[in-house]
Design a protein around this ligand. Structure first.
Ligand code: NDP
Length: 331
C-alpha cells in the first residue's frame, strides 16, 4: 500500500480506501461486509468511508459492528461520515430538521454517526452536498466547534463547487476557524471536469485533498456490462434504475468496449486499468473502492504495479479513446 498526505494536512491516508455505499446494509450480507473490511485493513487500507444516508443509517451500523469486533487500534484507521441527506432508517421519511447543513443537523448527525459507528470521534466529516438553505458561515462554525470538542478531526465537502469551497475558507479566515481540508468528488475515466479543471487552482492555494468516489463508475468501467446485463450486480438492485439509465448510455458503453480491447492488448484487467488511471493523477489523495465480493477487492488491491505501465504514450492512446479531455481555461 502507498500512503499520501490528505492535501496539505499531515494526515497520512492510504491511496486506496474502502467505502460502503449501496453494499453494507443493502446489497451484501454482514458476513461479507466483515470479510471485505478485514481484507481492506490487512491490505494496508486505513480509511473507511461512510455516510449518514447510506442504507438509511444501516451502513454505519454494520461498519460499527465490524470495527468493534475487529478491535483494531483506534489510531490505526480513519473513519468518516457525511451529513446532509439525513438518515431515514429505511422509512423514506425525514422531518425538516433531520437534514441539511444547519448547525442543528450537523451536530445531531455527528452524534448519531458516532453512536452507529461505535467510535468516540470521526476522523473525517464531510458535508455530503452544498446546502442552499443554510449560510456557509453557519456550517463552518458548526464544523469548527465539533473539531474543538474533539468529536471530529478534519472536515470537508463533497460535490461542492470550487467557489463554495473558497467561500468556506474565506469565512474560516475571517473568524480564525478551521476550514475544510478535503473534498469528495466523483472522478473516473468518464467524469473528469471537477478534479481536472475546476479544482486546479485550489489544490495550490488552499492545499485541497481529494477522496474520490466511483472510480469504476459503479462497475461499468470493469467491462461487465459490455455484452448485456449480468446478474447479481449493482445496477440490477431494485430502485437503482436511475443510476442504470444514466450509466449505461450508448456513448459510455462504446468507450468502455474500446477501452476493454485496449486493456486486453496491454495485459491488464479493465478494473485495474481504470483504477491505475485515477491513481496516476497526483491531485487524487485517495481512491475510494467499493466492492460486493472479496475477490473484487483482492484484485483491486494489486493495482500499484500497473501504474508505471501507464506511460505518456499509453495515456495519450487512452485519451484518444475517451475523447472527453476537459476544456481548461486558456490562461
Ligand atoms: P466503484 O465505482 O468502484 O464501484 C464499485 C462496484 O464496482 C462494486 O460494488 C462492484 O459492483 C464493482 N466492482 C468493483 N471492483 C470490481 C472488480 N475488480 N471486478 C468486477 N466488478 C468490480 O465505487 P463506488 O461507486 O462503490 O464508490 C466507492 C465509494 O465512494 C462508496 O462506497 C462511497 O463510500 C463513496 N461514494 C461517495 C459518494 C458521494 O456523494 N460522496 C457517492 C458515491 C460513492 P457489483 O456488485 O456490480 O459487482
Amino acid at each position: 500500500m502507498e500512503y499520501k498526505r490528505l492535501g496539505k494536512s499531515g494526515l497520512q491516508v492510504s491511496r486506496l480506501s474502502f467505502g460502503s455505499w449501496l453494499t453494507f446494509g443493502k446489497q451484501i450480507g454482514d458476513t461479507t461486509a466483515e470479510d471485505l473490511m478485514k481484507t481492506a485493513y490487512d491490505g494496508g487500507i486505513n480509511f473507511f468511508d461512510n455516510a449518514e444516508a447510506y442504507a438509511g443509517g444501516k451502513s454505519e451500523e454494520v461498519m460499527g459492528e465490524v470495527l468493534q469486533k475487529m478491535g483494531w487500534a483506534r489510531d490505526s484507521y480513519i473513519v468518516s461520515s457525511k451529513v446532509f441527506f439525513g438518515a431515514d432508517g429505511g422509512t423514506g421519511e425525514l422531518a425538516p430538521t433531520q437534514k441539511g447543513l444547519n448547525r442543528k443537523h450537523v451536530v445531531e448527525a455527528c452524534h448519531q454517526a458516532l453512536k452507529r459507528l461505535k467510535v468516540d470521534y470521526l476522523d473525517l466529516y464531510f458535508c455530503h452536498r452544498p446546502d442552499k438553505e443554510t449560510p456557509i458561515e453557519e456550517t463552518v462554525w458548526a464544523m469548527h466547534n465539533l473539531i474543538q470538542q474533539g468529536k471530529v478531526l478534519y472536515w470537508g465537502t463533497s460535490e461542492w463547487s470550487a467557489q463554495e469551497i473558497m467561500e468556506a475558507h474565506m469565512v474560516a479566515r475571517q473568524y480564525n476557524l478551521i476550514g475544510p481540508t478535503m473534498e469528495q468528488p466523483q472522478y473516473n475515466m468518464l467524469v473528469r471536469d471537477k478534479v481536472e479543471v475546476e479544482y486546479r487552482q485550489i489544490y495550490k492555494t488552499v492545499g485541497l485533498g481529494t477522496t474520490i468516489w466511483s472510480p469504476l463508475a459503479s462497475g461499468i468501467l470493469t467491462g461487465k456490462y459490455n455484452d448485456g446485463f449480468p446478474e447479481d450486480t449493482r445496477l440490477g438492485i431494485e430502485g437503482m434504475e436511475w443510476l442504470k439509465d444514466r450509466l449505461l448510455a450508448e456513448e459510455n458503453l462504446k468507450k468502455v468496449k474500446s477501452l476493454t480491447e485496449f486493456s486486453k492488448e496491454l495485459g491488464v484487467s479493465m478494473p485495474l486499468l481504470a483504477l491505475a488511471w485515477c491513481l496516476k493523477n497526483d491531485n487524487v489523495s485517495t481512491v475510494i473502492l467499493g466492492a460486493s465480493k472479496t475477490s473484487q477487492l483482492e484484485e483491486n488491491l494489486t493495482v500499484f504495479d500497473k501504474i508505471p505501465l501507464l506511460t505518456d504514450e499509453l495515456m495519450e492512446k487512452i485519451e484518444a479513446i475517451l475523447d472527453n479531455t476537459p476544456i481548461r481555461p486558456a490562461f
